[in-house]
Every structure is written in C-alpha cells, then in structure tokens.
Ligand binder design. Sequence first.
Ligand code: URP
Ligand code: ZN
Ligand code: ZN
Length: 622
Amino acid sequence: MDFTHCFKVIVNRGKEFADIPNCLGSQDDMECSHTREAPEGSADTWHNCGCEHHTSAQSRLFIKGGRIVNDDQSFDADIYIEDGIIKQIGNNLVIPGGARTIEAKGKLVIPGGIDTHTHMQLPFMGTHAVDDFYSGTKAALAGGTTMIIDFVLDQKNVSLLEAYDKWRNWADSKVCCDYALHSCVTWWSPEVAKEMDILCKEKGINSFKMFLAYKDVFMLEDNELYEVFKRCRELGALGMVHAENGHLIAEKSSEMIQHGITGPEAHEMCRPEEVEAEATNRAITLANQANCPLYIVHVMSKSAAKVVTKARRQGKVVFGEPIAASLGTDGTHYWNKCWRHAAGHVMGPPLRPDPTTPGYLMDLLANNDLQVTGTDNCTFNADQKALGKDDFRKIPNGVNGVEDRMSVIWEKGVHTGKMDPCRFVAVTSTNAAKIFNIYPQKGRIAVGSDADIVVWNPNASRTISAKTHHQAVDFNIFEGMLCHGVAEYVMTNGHVVLDEGQVRVTQGMGRFIPLPCNSETVFSRIRERERTTKPCKVEREPYDGPVAKITATQMSEKMIVADNPIIPNNAEFHGRPMTSSGARNLQDSTFSLSGQQIDEKSPRRSTTRSLNPPGGKSSGLW
Ligand code: URP
Ligand code: ZN
Ligand code: ZN
C-alpha cells in the first residue's frame, strides 16, 4: 500500500513521520489523494483521507492528568484510546508508542454530549432548515456534542420506510459525528403499524414521535395517538410527544389575526403555557392507559414541567426533555421591537414570557424531575423567517442550540451551583444513552466505550455570538451570553475534531448508530406492569332476572342493543369500514379526548358524564 498521500495531512497535524510504519515517506508536498473536498466557504483545515493507516495513526491518543467525570463518580486518571475505543483507564498506564498526548491537567474529561432532539435540514413550513447534517454536526462537535438524534419527519401518507431512507441518505454522506434517528408517526393505518415493526427490527429505530400540534400537517387525533402508543409498547419502543393542542392553536391563531395582531408576540399568545400543559397531561394519560413509556420532547413551560413531575411522582413511566432554549432564554423576546429579533425566537411550543421559567426548569433538571436535554435545533435565516413578516403563522418555527447546549447548561446549571459536574454529565449524555439504549457504548468514560470524549475547561469562558458560531444560521438566541465552561478538545470516535480552537472534520466521518428496542431503563417497569395490571374478569353466576325490553321507537334512535348501549350504530365516526370478516376495524378507536366525541350526536346521559375526565377538565369545546 502506498501511504504517500498521508504525508501532507500528517505533517500538517505535527505528527512524527516515523510514527507511520512502512510509510514510503515521499517529501513531495502532495495533496492527499483521498482528501474529500471541503464544502464551499468551509474553514476546515484538515480532511481525513480515511485510509486505514491514517485513521489508526490518529486514533492512538493518550489523555493525561485530567479528572474523569461520569454520572455517578469522578476521579483522577489517564485514558488510552485506540481505534476509536477507550482501551485503558488508570494511573501509570503502559501505552504503545506513537500515541498523541493531550494534556488535561486541571480539566474535566467527560463523555461527549448527546443531543436528543435535532432537525437538520428539515423541510418545514415551505422552506428547509439551514443547518444541514454537515454544518449542524460540525457545530455540535465544536460545542462538545459528539452525537445527535435527529427525527425522520415526513408528510402524512408518506411511507415511514421511504422517509427513513431519505433521512439516511441525507445524513450518511454529511454527518461529522455519530447520529441516530427517531421516527415520527404523522398518520395512522395498518401499513404504518407494519412499518413501525420493520423500523424497530431492521432499521435501528427505538422511538416514535407524535405531534399534538401542527393541525392538518403532522397532528394525530387522540384515538390515533392511543393506537400508536399501544404499538410502541408491543414493539418495545419509546413513545415521544410534541405536546400542544393543535385544534385550539388553530382557533386562537385566527382570533389573533382577526384582532390585527400579526407579529411574533401572537405566536406565544395563541399557545399559552396551559395549552402545553393540557396536551402534556393528555399524552401522559393516553400513554399510561396504553402502558407505554412516554418521553415529552421540548418541555418549555413551568406548567408542563409540573405535569411531568407530578406524573413521575405518581409512578408513571415518563421522561421530560427541556432544551437549551428553554433553559437558557425566555419568551420576553417575542415582544422585542425588532421584528427579526422577535421572529428569531419563534419556535413551538414557544419560549415563555415568564422570566423565571429557565431557572425553574433547571431546578427540576438538577433534581431529576426532568432527565435529559436536547435542543430542537431547527434553524432558519432572516429571509426564511421573513416568510411570516405580515402573518406570524407563516414564520418558520425553530431555533438554534446544538452548538451551545453544553455551555448553556454548564453556565445556568453548574456555574450557578444547581448541579454538580456528575449531574451535568447525566443530563447531557448518560441519561440519553440509557433511555435510548446505547449505554455504556455512549454516555460513559469506561474501558470498551466509544472514544467520544470532551476535555472540558471549567475555568475558561466564552461569549456566544452568531458572528463566531459554527452553525450556518445567521442568528443566535443566546447572543451575548457569557458562558464559563468551554470544550477545549473534542474527540469523536477517537478522532480529535476540536483541537486547540480548530474544528477539523470531514463530511461523512460520523456513523449511524442503531438504537435497539426494549431499553432496560425504559421498559423494565413496563414489562412488569404488563403482567401485574392485566385486566381480569370477575367469575360470577349469570344474571337470570328480568331484562327490560327496547321498543321499536327506541331502536329507531339508532342505539345498538347488544354491544354497548351508549355507542350509536353509526359507522360515520369510524374512519374505516368493517374488515372483510365483518369485525370492527381495530385500528379505529371509539373515543377521543379532544376531538369529536363518539356520543356527540346522542342525548347526554347525566349519569355517565365525567366531571374529571382523563386529560383534565375541559370546557367542552374540543
Ligand atoms: O419550532 C420547532 N420546534 N420546530 C421544529 C419542529 C418541532 O416542533 O419540533
Ligand atoms: Zn416539536
Ligand atoms: Zn423538534
């Protein structure tokens, strides 16, 4: 094998030429023949040629003198890495020659961050997110995040498998860090149920997200949501929910426009926090009834966080994900006089105008009422946001965060004394790795784990700005925030990608990480409950007394006599016909907590009316 092409790359990185056994060692200042093209405008200075020789040489690393921090303990030790894996941890290690030493004295050595919630290059609201899988993952690495979990999110009626392939094609060629995928269920049918099975068994998917917002686009009705939750439980997959009330938002948005309020402040006013709380409670109720574990994405308000907290204290299997945005800034920005500034913060659910919200969410995160952090990174430039300059409903929803999440959480969580470095690790990587079933491959510094490592300097500081960030977007919601705690070196899969201030990445160097179903963290309680809560009938003697007769007039009121007297004999409610064998199609459910009610056309029966229905009391509008 001719390794001449490695020469320039290696010299550029200051490596000893002698480190490369059998290298032909040409002195020619040759370009690496395998070097992949840097994207236009890229400031990248180094590209991995990807040859076997080159990658093994650069993946021999020795991290010396740092303090290793895991979620459960911290200790002083050195780390030796080879071929992308942590091979040794300890003091006085005997290591092979040719390893690069990274001095970590006075620094913390932590597992690389896992961002549980991104939307790179998402086609959305008539445009697409400007940070793609290249710029987005490059920025992630710059900030100390070494893995993202993105969402396959397509229109209703699109095959989930086709959508999955589309996302894999986009991501595989561009990602600079490892990534995994959640799949979104935006419509429901037997075909979707089948595809969920294939996604779980063959495609590395173990979580499905459903929307209770974006009416007519991504939103499911409650009966559909219940069916998806049941399917998730069967498959050992985690249910996830974007919790808002799409019907209510549609109504209130029109009211805002009727009142002549067209700016970004209306975005918050038509979906205030009780709307998020109602949907959070409704989703938790439905998931609990389906015995499905539930993960609430982007917890944005105190009210929604309280609902999650209460449910967890009731023993429900629920996880809550605040994001960098909800922990680091607030919704007062929607009232900013500068339209672009206000629109730059538009996302759903919105940031909350109550300025105590970020601190409150951080308190809950520090104390395990909330468990994981993502970003919902979904970025749009000024001209894209301007699609809604005259109508807030058209402003593409989404903000940044993938680059700054680690710094923001350190600043607002650790620097304030709310959480210690171990908890920081738990909420930025370990808990995500456990929930999504890739622990301890990810989320831990341990022998055998992936070498996704950050050398974190708790004494350094940086000021966040769109002028200096690595994201493609032209705006940063954390602009001007001084953050103590900075990623100094970042290693992904054993490659040093943040190196003395320089980000050095190659498109496509990241890997797809399959997420196996039946995560122990998520499912061990669920499986026990399946057994202990199985409904069982009461054995009793048959009733042999008199039975009332239904008259012909009553029959003509379309009441089914034999099955269930409160269900009208009205096929309209069900979206699908009977099955070929004549049975009711089981993909249909007979109830809805917020949509059209099954007995809406029947006279109200005071004895069956519930004053406290699941999902909370409603005014009866939906
Ligand atoms: O505003 C947001 N959150 N945009 C991305 C899509 C979503 O709802 O997560
Ligand atoms: Zn969402
Ligand atoms: Zn999202």
